[in-house]
Write a protein that binds this ligand. Structure first.
Ligand code: ADP
Ligand code: ADP
Length: 233
């Protein structure tokens, strides 16, 4: 067994506004520490694409750039965290996004839901990526992703080797339905109104670590790895 697959990492929460780099950094952490990325946005988009009951309930809300109800999202997260691949740890990308979700997560990790020997009951490492508002707009409108493997690109900052084609599997890159200007505004507003209090909650309890997400991707990654090593040493 390699060192990374035998080491317990525990929960990691990545906070930050839309376009801050949560997905990009989650994928790097996932590959480095071999723990899964639990992206509520990705799981919801998958459900919308599959036309499940959850997807049908979430579709219109997401298209308007609003938040899906806490009940639906928390149940979805609970089901995901029960999977055996979350045993050594996981990265929560886009969750918690409301104060209620943050309280729910703390209660869950404090409960007997996870067996006592599981490292996933540890307090999460909470990292917020901070990015200048005007840069967020450019990042979001320029975002492209691979519908097959989920890798993220950008027409300004992270070009694929061949125009509009995924470097890894050759799929044609797509834009997200909610990355349109008219939907970006309500998403950023939802972040300010509903998700900022989540960071305040973690700050009050002395758990918030801020990283300047305006730096080049590799530098952001380096700082995140340092934080993880420091906290889990
Ligand atoms: P989030 O998951 O927080 O919405 P993403 O990881 O999808 O953010 O990143 C949004 C866009 O910005 C993507 O197109 C990505 O390639 C780009 N991006 C991410 N991090 C950086 C960075 N440090 N510098 C420049 N562009 C970035
Ligand atoms: P971004 O990467 O731009 O931050 P996400 O992919 O995380 O966006 O989320 C896309 C959409 O999915 C959100 O605008 C919201 O409608 C829904 N969503 C994702 N996570 C949550 C959550 N934790 N609570 C409520 N709604 C969510």
């Amino acid at each position: 067994m390699s060192q990374e697959t035998s080491r317990n990492i525990g929960p990691i929460v990545l906070l930050g506004p839309p376009g801050a780099g949560k997905g990009t950094q989650s994928k790097r952490i996932m590959e480095h520490y071999l723990i899964p990325q639990v992206s509520t946005g990705d799981i919801l988009r998958y459900n919308v694409a599959q036309g499940t009951d959850l997807g049908l309930a979430a579709k219109a809300v997401m298209a308007r750039g609003e938040l899906v109800s806490d009940d639906l999202v928390c149940n979805m997260v609970l089901e995901r965290l029960r999977q055996p691949d979350c045993k050594r740890g996981y990265i929560l990308d886009g969750f918690p996004r409301t104060a209620a979700q943050a309280g729910w997560l703390d209660a869950l990790l404090d409960s007997e839901f996870f067996d006592n020997t599981r490292p996933t009951r540890a307090w999460p490492i909470v990292i917020r990526l901070d990015v200048d508002y005007n840069k967020l707009l450019l990042r979001i409108t320029g975002r492209r992703s691979c519908p097959a493997c989920g890798r993220i690109y950008n027409v300004h900052f992270q070009l694929p080797r061949t125009d509009e084609i995924c470097d890894f599997d050759g799929s044609k890159l797509v834009s997200r339905n909610d990355d349109r200007l008219e939907v970006i505004q309500p998403r950023l507003a939802a972040y300010q109104e509903q998700t900022r209090p989540v960071a305040d909650y973690y700050e009050r309890t002395g758990r918030l670590i801020c990283v300047n997400g305006d730096q080049p991707m590799d530098e952001v990654t380096k700082q995140i790895y340092h934080i993880i090593e420091d906290r889990r040493a």
